[in-house]
Ligand binder design. Structure first.
Ligand code: S3P
Length: 189
């Protein structure tokens, strides 16, 4: 593996950025950071509480500030929140400071993976935007708006649905290796 800079994972809620990010960090021998966890740690309240008190705009401000700080660390693997790419300044920062990998998945997969498990409140505390009556429609709307932004920000796109079962980490490592040692333009970090 020749990648030496930061790796930033972007993509929709439920695609597995945090789970895969931890595994990737282990494989690369890097520190793993998660922007949502960092927001909760710094502010001392759940993500849902920030949305309740300050609305989405307040959350995005806090998220952009955390992305700006975390991306200055290196070498790290960073899992970003699904909406982190909505701001132009964050998209630019991510692109300039590391290799941005878009984990792309179908609507069906995202819907299945954001399903709330019985007795598990995690989703409502971390994903208040998916609390409405029609989660599939919300995800579809997000995908329409955000899909082009993820693609525009990413140096590498990895299709989660297409990866062989049980081989996702290897698929991701190969894609990163190809982007950093192959013909693709390497990122500046
Ligand atoms: C959000 C996704 C969440 C979290 C917040 C907003 C979004 O992160 O940042 O609830 O706008 O898609 P995950 O993508 O890790 O679920």
């Amino acid at each position: 593996m020749t990648v030496s800079g930061n790796v930033f994972l972007v993509g929709m809620p439920g695609v597995g950025k945090s789970t895969v990010g931890r595994l990737l960090a282990g494989a690369l021998g890097r520190e793993f950071v998660d922007s949502d966890e960092e927001i909760v740690r710094r502010n001392g309240v759940e993500i849902a509480t920030i949305f309740e008190i300050e609305g989405e705009a307040g959350f995005r401000e806090r998220e952009a500030a955390v992305i700006n700080l975390l991306t200055l660390r290196r070498p790290i693997v960073l899992a970003t929140g699904g909406g982190a790419i909505l701001r132009e300044d964050s998209r630019r920062i991510l692109r300039e400071r590391g290799l941005v990998v878009y984990l792309r998945a179908s609507l069906d997969m995202l819907e299945a993976r954001t399903q709330k498990k019985r007795g598990n409140q995690t989703t409502s505390r971390t994903r208040p935007l998916l609390e409405g009556p029609n989660r599939r429609l919300t995800l579809e709307t997000f995908l329409t708006v955000r899909g082009p932004l993820y693609e525009e920000t990413a140096h590498v796109i990895v299709d989660v649905n297409a990866a062989p079962r049980g081989k996702f980490l290897q698929t991701l490592l190969d894609a990163i290796d190809g982007a950093t040692s192959g013909h693709a333009t390497p990122p500046s970090a």
